[in-house]
Design a protein around this ligand. Structure first.
Ligand code: 26V
Length: 823
């Protein structure tokens, strides 16, 4: 062993020659291909393997440092990591873009084509999963020793295609072509028990006899931050059977049932849940959550105990962040491991658990706050149900002792009222020392709504940590024209310290700079024009305003409001084509959960309206509507740099934060939005005059929910709204099926839960202001520059510093230290 570690191995890249040599070596000896006969996929594999090698030394050094200095470690537990492609960002982080490009050109391969051939790892649904990926980048950048823990889904989020305007779903098997970034760790394997019963011994000790045990197997992906100095690990778990075949059954000739347990074990990491609405998947979902949480906790305890012998010091060396309620079972599982395996008392175990765990909430929507029926929970995790009941008892005692009058039923973790079930949000809250919302407004609303009682019992446990995005991916890598301009103008400190981007603000007053800022935007728009042409066959002009709404399809996000405005505008243009219209391209992208009929119908409506508008010769370039299929991280990277206008129009109080809003503003788009989520803070920072705010506030919405809201009266009082809804409802856009959109119009007329009709007039007014503002090119550019300059605070690095300081108690280097280098 020692002799082996003494051998010096170096694969470091200094120039293009090194890259060439390494790629050819990988092609031959790892991929097994002769360069002459290699196809794009082989080149891609060889390049990834060569780049991955560059990470390994830093990766090992990072691990060694954490051990030697006995640093506190952070574990980020998340059901979702929406990492997208890794190749380009890793190359850029390592500063290797120039030599790699040169080497590939000399080898006769196309660098950009190779980048595009990497599968987009969609191990997440949307904002929550992408946030986890941005946080991994930032934790590496800040040199925090951290692990991301999640599930290695064989099928990530479904692939969306559009047929005749309708969404169709196909499975996404991103692993089929091999995931060249990962290292399989066959030796890192844990038992995951399920079911069975708990028997109390005569000594009073509870012993769990599970009905079934499966295995969790580790796969590691190295994650480099800016400049690649520190490398962390994303460890994803795959389900494996404890034994491949049941030999007894096999020998009896029962071949299929001999494989049954194996299939069940592998199913646990087969597929990412695309929504929170399916009932039949509940059992599998609960198993997934326990599976990855248990494996992760066993793994981190093993790591801790490999260099510490006092388990009671765990919270000093370990911080575990629960990304939403999905890993909330960690509260009971950590207790179980501490008590059943490590022999601690319940009291001590609970204290350690609480000091170690913290919980981030990402939505106030009650349906997303998980709750398991007692029957299901008890049958899958009987020991955990006992532990949760014990925690609940302690917690109720605290509640009973509190001076306030509380409805005890409402604060219980185990709900005994008619619904009966385990409230996972409550469990996560009670078992954590800190609970955070993801924007200032969201944290306030948590205190006023779903967690009101718990907040009064445990005051100052709730805090807000406003989300952020990584400037590496979401500006430097995805928007080269703008990044180059910024570097030339203010240097490159902003890449590792986004708040330094503020230095570009004074240039908003410089006409020559504005010209160049516009030119960068124009270049990005031209690239998107070509993509739109080639993917959906629609020709759009790069001189039109690119108005972008990209996010999951959901009624609360109100894509419907946006398309209704398009209909109103369509009619207005038809009525007076000669007027001075501001040309616009409305671009939509987003997936609807397969079982979410209303969201799918809205996609169809967007496409039906697009068909009518885009083919109407009277309209021409004044209005075009584009729905880009299969929105994912990679398409976001191409759309965002090209956007002029960012649609952030959720019903106030419903979007916890939003992160697309930050990416778009950073790339020089102006926002049209409600005072919801992080829009509120974006408005504070860019200035009220540099954002287009409209509509009801969260308070207005809350008041309407109490007093009642009459959408019929609003519709009757607004001629434009009436015309739009009549047209949609009577089949103007669906002559082949005139009743197609009846359900949408009925919903708005009788039960407009998301206040689309209430905000319609204000939205149209604000859109017309946007039109006028866009016509004044110089002033528009000035405002977009101020957006880019003033949103530096929304960096994921800043968010991670907040977590490190307020929640994890972990030190981070100053921005200056990051930019000056050093370890
Ligand atoms: C819940 C469930 C329940 C079971 C099935 C799968 C599933 C998937 C997602 C969810 C809840 C997702 C909550 C979420 O994504 N929240 C978003 O988090 C972003 C990051 O904090 C934030 O910017 C968005 O505003 C918020 O909607």
């Amino acid at each position: 062993m020692n002799a082996a570690t003494a051998v010096t191995l170096s694969r470091r890249i200094e120039d293009a020659e090194d890259v060439k040599r390494l790629i050819i070596e990988k092609l031959k000896y790892a991929v097994g291909k002769d360069p002459e006969h290699s196809v794009r996929q082989d080149w891609s594999a060889a390049l990834i393997l060569a780049v991955r090698d560059q990470l390994v030394d830093h990766w090992m050094a990072s691990t060694r440092r954490a051990y030697e200095q006995d640093q506190k470690r952070v574990y980020y537990l998340s059901m979702e990591f929406l990492i997208g492609r890794l190749l380009k960002d890793t190359i850029i982080n390592l500063g290797l873009e120039a030599p790699v490009r040169e080497a590939l050109t000399e080898l006769g391969a196309d660098y950009d084509e190779i980048l595009r051939s990497e599968p987009d790892a969609a191990l997440g649904n949307g904002g929550l999963g992408r946030l986890a990926a941005c946080f991994l980048d930032s934790m590496s950048t800040l040199g925090i020793p951290a692990h991301g823990y999640g599930i290695r889904y064989e099928n990530g989020l479904f692939r969306q295609s559009i047929h005749d305007g309708w969404q169709a779903e196909e499975p996404e098997d991103w692993l089929v072509t091999g995931h060249n970034w990962e290292f399989e760790r066959p030796e890192v394997i844990y038992n995951i028990p399920f079911g069975g019963e708990v028997i109390t011994t005569p000594e009073g000790k509870a012993v769990w006899h599970p009905a079934e045990v499966m295995l969790a197997a580790a796969y590691d992906t190295p994650i480099a931050g800016w400049r690649g100095r520190h490398v962390n690990t994303l460890r994803l778990w795959a389900g494996k059977p404890a034994k491949r075949v049941d030999l007894d059954r096999f020998n009896r000739g029962e071949y299929l049932s001999a494989m049954e347990a194996a299939v069940r074990a592998e199913t646990v990491s087969r597929i990412l849940y695309p929504d929170d609405t399916t009932e039949e998947g509940k059992n599998l979902r609960l198993r997934q959550e326990f599976f990855f949480t248990s494996a992760s906790l066993q793994d981190l305890l093993r790591r801790y105990l490999s260099s510490h012998d006092d388990i009671s010091k765990l919270p000093e060396k370990v911080a575990i962040q629960l990304n939403d309620t999905h890993p909330a079972i960690a509260v009971a599982e950590l207790m179980r491991l501490l008590v059943d395996t490590h022999g601690l008392s319940m009291e001590v175990a609970f204290q350690l658990t609480r000091e170690t765990l913290s919980y981030t909430n990402h939505t106030l929507m009650p349906e997303a706050l998980e709750r398991w029926s007692l029957q299901l929970f008890g049958s899958v995790l009987p020991r955990h149900l006992d532990i949760i009941r014990w925690i609940d008892e302690q917690h109720l005692r605290t509640a009973a002792a509190a001076k306030r009058t509380l409805d005890l039923e409402r604060v219980r973790i185990v709900d005994h009222t008619n619904g009966q079930g385990v409230r996972m949000g409550h469990l996560a809250f009670v078992g954590s020392h800190r609970v955070n919302g993801v924007s200032a407004l969201h944290a306030d609303l948590m205190k006023q709504t779903v967690f009101q009682d718990l907040d009064s019992l445990y005051p100052s446990r709730i805090l807000g940590v406003t989300n952020g995005v990584t400037p590496r991916r979401w500006l430097h890598s995805c928007n080269k024209p703008l990044s180059d301009l910024l570097i030339e103008t203010i240097g490159e400190d902003w890449i590792g310290d986004l708040e330094a981007i503020e230095a570009v603000a004074p240039y908003a007053e410089d006409a020559a700079f504005r010209e160049r800022f516009r030119a960068a935007k124009h270049e990005n728009k031209c690239r998107l024009v070509a993509e739109i042409q080639s993917r959906v066959g629609i020709h759009v002009s790069p001189d039109a305003m690119f108005d972008v709404q990209i996010k999951r399809m959901h009624e609360y996000k109100r894509q419907l409001l946006n398309i209704m405005e398009a209909v109103a505008q369509y009619f207005a243009i038809r009525n007076d084509p000669a007027a001075d219209w501001t040309p616009r391209v409305k671009i939509f992208g987003g997936k609807a959960a397969p079982g979410y009929e209303m969201a799918k119908l809205i996609i169809k409506l967007i496409n039906d309206v697009a068909r009518a508008v885009n083919s109407d010769p009277v309209i021409g370039d004044r209005l075009k509507i584009v729905f880009l299929p299969n929105y994912n991280v990679s398409t976001a990277e191409r759309i965002i740099p090209a956007a002029d206008l960012s649609e952030q129009i959720s019903t106030a109080g419903m979007e916890a934060s939003g992160t697309g809003n930050m990416k778009l503003a950073l790339n020089g788009a102006l926002t049209i939005g409600t005072l919801d989520g992080a829009n509120v803070e974006i408005c504070d920072r860019v200035g009220r005059e540099n954002i287009h705010i409209f509509g009801l506030t969260a308070e207005d919405v809350a008041n309407y929910r109490i007093s009642g809201y009459d959408s019929r009266a609003v519709i009757d009082g607004n001629e434009t709204l009436k015309t739009v809804l009549d047209a949609i409802g009577s089949g103007v856009f669906s002559p082949e099926d005139p009743n197609r959109f009846r359900a949408i119009v009925d919903r708005l007329s009788y039960d407009d839960y998301f206040f689309v009709t209430a905000d319609f007039a204000a939205y149209l007014d604000e859109q017309r202001k946007v039109d006028r503002a866009f016509m004044d090119k110089e002033d528009w550019t000035r405002r977009t520059i101020l957006n880019t300059a003033r949103v530096g605070w929304f960096s994921a690095d800043r968010a991670i510093r907040d977590y490190a300081r307020e929640i994890w108690n972990v030190e981070t280097p100053s921005a200056k230290e990051i930019n000056q280098g050093g370890e």
